[in-house]
Design a protein around this ligand. Structure first.
Ligand code: SF4
Length: 491
């Protein structure tokens, strides 16, 4: 048995258990959509009054991977050695997965249009995907490194219903000419300018690892200056999963030390323990008002915040229209007389402490949410955390926890997909993009080391670049000898 630093028993999944743990394939009745999650949280002792999951939403968000390809090679990438060679799944299958997300979790579910980088998908298909998500009443977020997310593309996506854009920018991406997170702020500013004026909430995602951990306070100070556009920042702690060249995280980087760094940059003791989001070992969450560049903790009084959460659990707040969110929140508060006294005390206290900034900002109040996401290593998946997971990936067989999906990604991305055509049902082959009759199925078993170098990323690419013999097996003719795919199928 393995124990944590504080003496608690940790139940890691064995390799066989990881393989056997299935996606959630049973679609609940519309009136029962919250039940499976509430039951799972209850099973692991996390169904408490401060738990936001299962109250405000039936799932935190669902990642819809519309391509496995990426135009970067991050040192902590969660994709697999095969990803770059996998063709974009058919649009028909993407639409089927969108419908499946709605059937499982209902309207207003957050759908992360991700990849790989989703902007590598054909532009008209990306527009159709976002449109379909919006038409189903779901909330579409574009998760991108920003390189191809031009103002024009973002405008087009807004026009069909995009709600948020989340930019991933950090030092793991090895962008040329940038040697620190502080230098990368030039890129962040460029992306902020692209969004400014669009009806779009902007998020920034940062992977935190040894080389940038010390820069977290500086980053928080930067985000504080841009809350007119940025409404959420997410820090994702290094995890040993996927194809990236970096592996184990420094032991000093934990959710608790991250909170200290964020608070240092916020110049404020924000509370990350008022609300629980899924499993506290996975997620920590704080929210602040931003007034005149200074932050004021929204969750500073659990005695008010927790009952408020329970009273407003089913209220939908707009993320793109702050005025409407304010009106909806005020109405919800007015309808909850039991909270009036505590709420007024909370309001007066905060207004008083922020009076100088309110005056300087002429009453303008923004919001900034902080999220710390502590992904698990692929070989250290904890049973209870998978059970309480709020963050799903839409696989072809149903939603599945992101950490579990990453630990066996190839099981999903290399699996042929049933598609229907004029001649009946066929199987779409991930490595060729071709369809074959269902009867002629062969699963391609390929060794990533013999992909052409352009398909290699992460450790395999690093090894291939060092391995002089690789060049001799990376030509088309050598490929033809070594694997069942014809060379033209890989081009
Ligand atoms: S199990 Fe992994 S993906 Fe799910 S909430 Fe925890 S860290 Fe996130």
């Amino acid at each position: 048995m393995i124990y944590s630093a504080d003496g608690l028993e940790i139940n890691y999944l064995s390799p066989a258990e990881i393989l056997d743990w299935p996606p959630y394939s049973d679609i609940p009745e519309p009136s029962q959509r919250y039940e499976p999650f509430v039951q799972r949280l209850d099973d692991v002792g996390l169904w408490t009054p401060s738990q936001i999951a299962g109250r405000r939403w039936s799932v935190g968000c669902v990642s819809l991977e519309i391509t496995q390809r990426c135009n970067l090679d991050c040192t902590l990438c969660y994709l697999s050695e095969h990803s770059e060679a996998v063709r974009d799944i058919p649009l028909e299958e993407v639409f089927r997965r969108i419908d499946m997300i709605e059937a499982h979790y209902g309207k207003n579910t957050d759908v992360q249009v991700s990849g790989g980088d989703p902007t590598l998908r054909k532009r008209e298909e990306l527009v159709q995907i976002v449109k379909r998500i919006a038409e189903k009443g779901l909330r579409a977020s574009l998760f991108t490194n920003g390189i191809l997310a031009t103002r024009e593309l973002l405008s087009d996506l807004c026009a069909v219903g995009l709600v948020d854009v989340a930019f991933h920018v950090d030092m793991t991406q090895q962008r040329k000419g940038f040697n620190s997170e502080e230098e990368l702020n030039k890129i962040r500013e460029k992306y902020i300018d692209r969004v400014r004026g669009l009806p779009l909430a902007a998020f920034f995602n940062t992977t935190v690892y040894d080389e940038n951990f010390h820069e977290v306070p500086t980053l928080v100070r930067f985000f504080r200056k841009h809350t007119d556009v940025i409404s959420l920042v997410s820090f994702q702690l290094q995890a040993d999963t996927g194809r990236g060249v970096l592996r184990d995280r420094h032991q000093g980087i934990t959710p608790d030390t991250m909170i200290e760094h964020i608070q240092s940059g916020a110049d404020r003791a924000l509370r990350f323990d008022t609300l629980t989001v899924g499993h506290p070992s996975c997620n920590r969450y704080a929210m602040a008002f931003s007034i005149n560049g200074n932050l004021y903790d929204f969750f500073d009084d659990p005695g008010f915040t927790v009952p408020l959460l329970n009273a407003t659990a089913k209220v939908n707040f707009s993320r793109t229209d702050r005025r409407s969110a304010f009106v909806v929140a005020s109405l919800a508060f007015i309808k909850t007389p039991l909270l009036w006294k505590k709420g007024l005390q909370w309001l007066v206290r905060n207004l008083w402490s922020a009076k100088a900034d309110l005056w300087a900002a002429r009453g303008k109040i923004e919001k900034l949410t902080f999220f710390i996401h502590n992904f698990m290593d692929a070989c250290h998946l904890e049973h209870d955390r998978i059970k309480a997971c709020i963050f799903m990936v839409a696989s072809q067989d149903g939603p599945i926890s992101m950490c579990l999906h990453n630990a066996k990604r190839d099981e999903y991305i290399l699996k042929p997909i049933a598609v229907s055509g004029a001649e009946g049902e066929h199987l779409w082959q991930p490595l060729t993009g071709k369809t074959i009759p269902t009867t002629g199925l062969e699963t391609h078993q390929v060794n990533p080391k013999i992909y052409p170098i352009k398909f290699l990323r992460g450790r395999t690419r690093a090894n291939a670049m060092r391995d002089s013999s690789y060049a001799s097996v990376s030509t088309d003719s050598d490929l033809n000898n070594d694997i069942i795919l014809a060379p033209d199928e890989l081009q």
